[in-house]
Design a protein around this ligand. Sequence first.
Ligand SMILES: Cc1ncc(CN)c(N)n1
Length: 217
Amino acid sequence: MNWTDKTWEEIKPIYQKIIEMPFIKELKNGTLPLQKFQFYMGQDSFYLENFARSLALISARAQNIDHALQFIRFAEGAIVVEKALHDSYFQEYGLDNRGNIEPTTHHYISFLKSTAALDQVEIAMAAVLPCFWIYQEVGNYIYNNKVDKNNPYQNWINTYAGDEFEELVTKAKNICNLVAENCTQAQQQKMTQAFVTASHLEFMFWDSAYNFNRWSN
Ligand SMILES: Cc1ncc(CN)c(N)n1
């Protein structure tokens, strides 16, 4: 079994918890209160900016030049999505600014940036993979189980359910499998640990938006 298949097995309970959480259920049904989605979008703007910075750092540190090129393209893509959030989704969903970086966002972006800067680059590649893969799975899950043709969040859902996003995810998974082959068992274990941590943080990110978790509530 390759590294990604083994690692997905590890996070299956977290993924199950994600698709059952109120934020995702209500997003799928189109009943998520707008304020919760606005909170999420504002935090996601900070997240995407710093996710892109982490991807650029990984690109600079990649051993293989083709992987460096791919990661710099991922970084560019994340910046483009962040700009689309600001330019069109903020307007579409009535948000005039992104607010402040709240605790879960702070934790998640600090984890990504410190892993990208200080850990072995293969571990950093594993740390950013859930950001691609979980969104693809959740996007497809919501798309395939939609209940309302007039879901107000449909445009956002389509970003992650399409073929274009799937292509990116496949590229990110393939790179992780390739680099894992040249890692020791102990190093692969650390890659898996980074993937599991990021998956917990994906859950927390949606949960915190649902509950409006702030430094001071
Ligand atoms: C928190 C989070 N994680 C992942 C993605 C998808 N790149 C996102 N937009 N936001």
